[in-house]
Design a protein around this ligand. Structure first.
Ligand SMILES: Nc1ncnc2c1ncn2[C@@H]1O[C@H](COP(=O)(O)OP(=O)(O)OP(=O)(O)O)[C@@H](O)[C@H]1O
Length: 759
């Protein structure tokens, strides 16, 4: 049926009956109530809609749902195709009918000719369109079929995958269970590890606290120590003053006692004199009485002799005068006696006062002595604590310490043209520890344990290492070495300026301190024995600097042309032995100075363009210290190694030729071996090439742990040395980063053959 044109469009209505049931696209089929077949009317729009109504891909649909939707859609498409086929058939039938009608009715045909033609055209176009649609539907159908097949295949694959997944899910759930169990045990482990970590953190915090406490204690102890030292000095002064006062008051007391005794004697003699005078007076009184009686008797016989009377009168007068004078004398004596008695009383009082004073001062002295003993005890205790804390701090550090020393500009050096290359940062954390080297356009900053500026004196430098030297007496191996380019001040730092007391170097100062300390430790029962050896390493050959009668031929032989070959060995205790090396027992600093002078003569001193006095060998001074405390049975064995390394210099800069070139090459080889060792230690490599040079092999115990090691890096302030200084500073900062472990104190018995031990 062809419906009326609506909105310029031709409306086609057709119905499909399938098994008595109307089928059609589920989307809005409009039922035509007037239709005979009671079928469904389709418009072109409906068909277009149906064709365009391809199920939208919903990503969230599962493959199965997609397949079902596809199947539904394909089903509808099939129905459509069927409808189209039926439609085509009905059109064909209609056409046939019309053709028949044409045949039947020419008129009708003429009338309908145009209409039919149009209709035919229209139908043809519709058919063509439908065919086209059909073809495209077929195509779509095939495509959808293919899609369906692919979907089916992928569904099957998915099913398989799902099964696989389910299987793996099962195994995964097993795994999950296992992992859960492992997780719970791991969680437990983590909890316990966390606990442990917390405990460790607490432990670290407590260690840090302990460390800071130790630092505080150290500073308090050092303050106490200083205070007690001051107090001791005051007390000693007081004591000597009191002793002076006491001796003065003793003298006064003796004088007073003597005076009193003299006065007592005087009083006794005065008393005797008085008694004598009294006796005289009594006697004279008696005489006077007798004379008076005689006078009365003679008066009665007055007339007898007037001469006798006169005589008797004069005698009487004389006696009276004598009596009067004696009375005066008695009075004077009495006065003198009174004065003497007063004096005695006074001197008694003074004696009493002096005695009280004396007792008071005696008490004060004994009090002061007790306080002094206390202070001395505190001092010893403080010293012990200080030593312990000092050693603990050094042990905690566990690395090679590095002190940097910049020498002043020498008279013939000038920086004015190129400017200063060395500066010192002033920030709080780098103060006294930082050094900056400025090169054109670049600043290199370094930090060390200490940086000594040019104006720092030898004494001040020594103050900073005196504790380390002290450690050798406490039984540690101590190694101090100076590194730096030629002329940077290594020998000055180690040995000082010969003949100038103020500019003595570390070696003489260390020896003085050691001998002084040994003496001060004597009252505490310590007795020390010391042995010295000195050697140099020249062109990779060891030379004994204390060998008796060392001639130039010996030197030649030592240079490898026959003769003694000194070999280095380390024993299990970390002691180093150099075969045939001369070891001298020493008791005083003077003896060591003499040996140092002897060694200095033997040293090889070469001349290069860089430094007229440049030492071309490594100088190694060793002092072995064995101490025993007779009261505590304690024994210590320490070693002090003081090393002045040969100058590090670039061949090009040194301008060496011939023998000097050979020397420079040997020095550079051993110094580069030293840096190889340091780098291997810094990287904690399994193999450290100690054996690559005599120097490193000799220093193995100092570099490989076990000992307290300090390196001086000496720097020249000259702008022309900036490159060398930078190399030295870089090397030193690597050395500083080197963790060599904890130094060990040697308190065991000295082995019987320790005379040959080097360090
Ligand atoms: N801190 C200082 N104060 C004063 N003068 C110094 C100082 N340091 C070094 N000098 C002087 O610098 C010069 C070179 O020093 P020194 O001989 O110690 O160098 P060096 O590094 O030992 O050289 P080399 O490697 O050739 O032995 C000497 O004249 C020395 O007196």
């Amino acid at each position: 049926m062809v419906g009326p044109a609506k909105n310029g469009r031709v409306r086609h209505a057709f119905s499909v009956v399938n098994g008595g049931q109307e089928l059609g696209p589920s989307s809005a089929p409009v039922s035509n109530a007037g239709s005979e077949s009671g079928g469904i009317e389709f418009t072109r729009e409906d068909v277009d809609a149906l064709l365009n109504e391809r199920p939208k891909r919903k990503d969230r649909f599962s493959l199965k749902e997609k397949c079902e939707t596809m199947s539904e859609y394909i089903k509808r498409l099939k129905l459509c195709i069927k409808w189209f086929q039926e439609l085509e058939e009905s059109y064909l039938i209609e056409r046939k009918k019309l053709e028949n009608d044409v045949e039947v009715s020419e008129r009708q045909r003429d009338e309908m000719g145009i209409l039919l033609k149009n209709k035919e055209e229209e139908l043809n176009s519709i058919i063509a369109e439908l065919r086209k649609n059909y073809a495209s539907l077929q195509e779509k159908f095939t495509k959808e079929e293919l899609d369906k097949m692919a979907a089916m295949e992928s569904l099957a694959r998915e099913r398989e995958t799902r099964l696989e997944i389910e299987r793996s899910q099962n195994s995964l759930s097993d795994e999950h269970g296992r992992v859960q169990r492992e997780l719970s045990s791991a969680t437990q482990k983590i909890t316990s590890l966390n606990d442990m970590y917390k405990r460790l953190q607490e432990y670290i915090a407590s260690l840090q606290q302990y460390n800071s406490k130790l630092h505080n204690d150290l500073s308090t102890v050092e303050e106490d120590f200083k205070r007690v030292e001051k107090e001791k000095v005051c007390m000693v002064e007081n004591l000597s003053m009191l002793r002076g006062q006491l001796s003065v008051s003793k003298q006064t007391q003796d004088d007073a006692i003597k005076q009193r005794d003299a006065l007592v004697n005087e009083v006794a003699s005065l008393r005797m004199e008085l008694q004598q005078v009294r006796d005289d007076r009594d006697r004279h009184k008696l005489q006077v009485q007798t004379l008076t009686a005689e006078y009365t008797t003679y008066k009665e016989s007055t007339e007898k002799s007037s001469f006798e009377v006169d005589n008797l009168k004069s005698k009487y007068t004389e006696l009276e005068v004598r009596c009067l004078s004696q009375t005066d004398q008695i009075k004077t004596l009495k006065d003198q006696l009174m004065i003497a008695e007063e004096k005695v009383q006074m001197s008694n009082l003074t004696t009493l006062e002096t005695r009280t004073d004396y007792e008071g001062q005696k008490k004060l002295i004994s009090e002061l002595q007790t306080r002094l003993a206390d202070a001395e005890f505190k001092l010893i205790e403080g010293e012990m604590l200080r030593k312990k804390l000092h050693n603990t701090i050094l042990e905690l550090k566990g690395n090679i310490r590095v002190f940097c020393r910049v020498r002043p500009l020498l008279a013939d050096e000038d920086v004015s043209t190129e400017g200063k290359v060395i500066s010192y940062p002033t920030s709080m954390d780098a103060l006294g520890r930082g050094i900056d080297l400025v090169q054109p356009g670049q600043k290199h900053s370094f930090t060390f344990d200490k940086v000594f500026m040019p104006e720092i004196s030898q004494e001040d430098v020594f103050e900073d290492i005196s504790q380390l030297v002290q450690s050798a007496l406490d039984g540690y191996k101590v190694c101090i070495f100076a590194y730096g380019q030629t002329g940077s001040g290594k020998t000055y730092t180690m040995m000082g300026k010969p003949g100038d007391q103020d500019q003595k170097g570390l070696v003489p100062r260390s020896l003085e301190q050691i001998f002084k300390t040994i003496q001060s430790l004597q009252p505490q029962g310590w007795k020390y024995e010391m042995q010295v050896s000195m050697l140099e390493i020249y062109n990779e050959t060891i030379r004994d600097l204390l060998a008796p009668n060392r001639s130039s031929s010996d030197m030649l032989r030592e240079n490898g042309i026959g003769g003694k070959q000194y070999t280095i060995k380390h024993d299990a205790n970390g002691n180093t032995h150099v075969s045939d090396l001369t070891i001298v027992d020493v008791c005083t600093a003077k003896e060591v100075s003499y040996l140092l002078e002897r060694a200095e003569h033997s040293r090889s001193v070469g001349k290069t363009q860089m430094n007229e006095q440049s030492s071309r060998s490594h100088f190694v001074f060793t002092l072995r210290i064995s101490g025993v405390n007779e009261s505590t049975e304690q024994q210590v064995q320490g070693v002090l190694n003081l090393i002045d390394l040969a100058g590090s210099e670039r061949l090009s800069k040194s301008g060496s030729t011939g023998d000097r070139l050979k020397e420079t090459q040997a020095i550079n080889k051993s110094l580069s071996s030293l840096s190889d060792v340091i780098f291997a230690l810094a990287k904690k490599e399994d193999h450290v090439p100690f054996r690559n040079s005599k120097l490193t092999y000799l220093l193995q115990p100092c570099l490989g742990g076990d000992s307290k090691t300090l390196m001086f890096v000496n720097i020249s302030p000259e702008p022309s040395s900036a490159g060398e200084s930078l190399c030295s500073l870089r090397f030193a900062s690597r050395v500083n980063a080197c963790d060599i472990g904890v130094p060990r104190r040697q308190t065991s018995m000295r082995p019987p053959d320790s005379r040959m031990s080097y360090g």
